[in-house]
Ligand binder design. Structure first.
Ligand code: BYC
Length: 318
């Protein structure tokens, strides 16, 4: 079969809603797009542990500490599932991690903002994990099988994350004036960066057309962003809190919330490495990688020992 026919067959499979699996033929461009997006996603999960990990030792009670610890460990697990899924596309995890450590790979802009108070932990679970659920529920239907399956499990865990975050916010909203003020301040700081998580507006989204055609994404960045705003505004109102957007208003006719302009200059600044915590995040990730060298060495030594044992047993059996 020539390549044109192969592409046609591949696209017909996608149109019919079939999943593409690692050993199936796929256009090189589809493979490259998946490696790009999935590796960025895996990096985001791992770097995403840092802002929250920062609060594990300062959680206000044992119950809060246990929940936060479990959440941060889940994020490590998400990173591992997605790195494994990315490896099914013929790339090596070490190379992907190396690109992150060298500052050559992207990860979500949201993790370059600081976590200043305990309220930030509540708001991250509520907004950031809430945004991730909106995005990943769509990706659970992605055309690439290993990615879609990883998303199903991740979404289940993200639901727990969102609940733990919202519950912190409910407690603070019912608390003292100082606690309400702290919560309002966290909402004000995280709202716009959370909306930026969904990526640039559709008109500037260079990858969307291809990803939508190949059903990696099923919805555009703007569609998902609007959906997130529509579900989140009533939750903010339920807590008696406000959002830092004077232009936010309900459009009765459309049955949807309209929001003000996003500062895309800020978004691109953060994506290009000049956000408030970009340097700190990479520094912490590099330090963690170096500190974990002995674990990798021990795992490799164990695997080598097992291989040698199997070979010796093989020789004996022969
Ligand atoms: N941050 O053409 P576009 C989590 C880049 S972790 C940085 O629209 P695409 C959690 C984009 O890469 C969840 N860069 O791209 C973890 C592209 O540059 P390149 C993270 C961004 O791929 C711990 C350029 O801008 N989720 O939930 O069609 C604790 C143009 O963009 C961002 C995922 O990774 C950004 N926000 O759409 C708590 C989901 N946005 O690569 C929570 C998987 C865009 O061409 N990824 N860029 O140089 C996606 O769904 C899509 O890749 C995006 C972007 C929606 C992010």
């Amino acid at each position: 079969m020539n390549e044109v026919a192969q592409v046609e067959e591949f696209e017909a499979r996608i149109r019919q809603g079939e999943k593409i699996e690692p050993k199936d033929w796929m256009p090189e461009r589809y493979r490259k797009q998946l490696v790009r997006m999935m590796s960025q996603h895996a990096h985001s999960e791992v770097v995403g542990m840092l802002p929250e990990g920062n609060w594990i030792t300062r959680a206000p009670s044992l119950r809060r500490k246990m929940a936060l610890l479990a959440k941060v460990q889940d994020e490590a697990g998400h990173g591992l599932y997605i790195y494994s899924a990315t490896e099914t596309l013929g790339v090596d995890r070490d190379d992907l991690v190396q690109a992150l450590l060298e500052g050559k790979a992207k990860y979500s802009s949201i993790f370059n903002y600081p976590t200043l108070t305990w309220a930030d932990i509540g708001v991250i679970g509520w907004f950031v994990d809430g945004a991730a659920i909106v995005n990943q529920t769509m990706l659970a239907k992605a055309s690439y099988g290993p990615y879609a399956r990883a998303m199903i499990r991740i979404c289940k865990e993200e639901n727990f994350h969102k609940k733990q975050g919202y519950e912190i916010c409910v407690t603070m909203a019912r608390g003292t004036p100082e606690q309400r003020e702290m919560l309002q301040d966290a909402i004000n700081r995280w709202w716009w960066p959370t909306l930026m998580m969904f990526g640039p507006p559709d008109k500037d989204s260079t990858n969307s057309a291809e990803l939508l055609r190949w059903k990696v994404k099923q919805k555009s960045n703007d569609e998902l962003r609007r959906h997130f705003v529509n579900i989140t505004v009533p939750q903010v109102q339920a807590l008696g809190m406000t959002l830092p957007d004077p232009d936010l208003k309900y459009d009765e006719e459309a049955g949807a919330w309209r929001f003000g302009a996003i500062d895309w200059d800020e978004f691109w600044r953060v994506v290009r490495g000049r956000g408030p915590c970009n340097r700190e995040r990479l520094r912490a990730r590099r330090a963690a990688h170096e500190a974990g060298a002995w674990v990798r060495a021990a795992a490799e030594a164990y695997a080598a020992k097992q291989r040698a044992k199997q070979e010796t047993n093989g020789v004996r059996a022969a």
